[in-house]
Design a protein around this ligand. Structure first.
Ligand code: ADP
Ligand code: MG
Length: 234
């Protein structure tokens, strides 16, 4: 994946991202870490094009993320699964494929079953979200995001609402997705997952990228805020 962030500033009532410029080439799985309020979710939303920055531009694989075509090539997983509650896991996927991609019913069903099986949900396809565990529902959201064959998947603390066992279930399922060859950009507090899955780590502090590098930076933090962070989370 090729990430090019050019002079990104983002303001709500106050500035939350301060003129971030960042270029990264050739990594497939990028973790964004940092304390609450450091701007991780904001940066992730801007990179996925679901929110427009106050100023600056972001290009992923050469494409401006605000280009409507870019949206067709990404998936976004939120903290809480956002499945349609009145639809089965299968229908959650077939609806998206039929309505947004014009896929025929039979192909949509086959695709739904393929991705639900990949996330180990083959026995849950006809259940509604409220009748499966939080981890299964989150895995179904991941299956739904994958079903449109995106090139990049963004995940914002996908296990924040789950207990440790379900967190493990979801994160091991995500690790198995490596074989799909997709790009991942994700925010998480689970550092063991960062070590196992990320090939690049970005540490954010007060609206800036304070330190970045391959996962071994976790063992040798240089920036004081990163040192403090690693002391607290270990
Ligand atoms: P993180 O994901 O690292 O916890 P966020 O990107 O969510 O950080 O937030 C960065 C800062 O921006 C925080 O101070 C937060 O309160 C503020 N913020 C985030 N989203 C909004 C919003 N929609 N409206 C106003 N302020 C926001
Ligand atoms: Mg956040």
């Amino acid at each position: 994946m090729n990430i090019n962030i050019k002079n990104i500033t983002h303001k709500y009532d106050v500035d939350v991202l301060h003129d971030i410029s960042f270029i990264l080439e050739g990594y497939k799985s990028v973790a964004i870490i940092g304390i609450s309020g450091s701007g991780k979710s904001t940066l992730l939303r801007l990179m996925s094009g679901i929110e427009r920055p106050t100023s600056g531009d972001i290009y992923i694989d050469g494409q401006n993320v605000l280009d409507p075509l870019y949206k067709k090539h990404i998936g976004f997983i939120f903290q809480h699964h956002n499945l349609f509650p009145h639809l089965s896991l299968e229908e959650n996927i077939t609806l998206v494929l039929e309505k947004t991609r014009g896929v025929d019913k039979l192909t949509a069903k086959e695709t739904a079953h393929k991705y639900l099986s990949l996330l180990h949900l083959e026995d849950q396809v006809y259940k509604k979200p409220k009748n499966v565990s939080g981890g299964q529902a989150q895995r179904a959201s991941i299956a739904r995001a994958l079903s449109v064959d995106p090139s990049t998947i963004f995940m914002d603390e996908p296990t924040a609402s789950l207990d440790p066992i379900l967190t493990f279930e979801v994160l091991s399922a995500v690790q198995e997705l490596r074989v799909l060859g997709k790009n991942f950009v994700f925010v998480t507090h689970v550092l063991s997952f960062v070590r196992d899955f990320a090939d690049y780590v970005v540490f954010m502090h007060e609206g800036n990228i304070a330190e970045h590098g391959t996962p071994d930076i976790l063992d040798h933090p240089k920036h004081q805020a990163f040192k403090d962070f690693m002391m607290k989370v270990k």
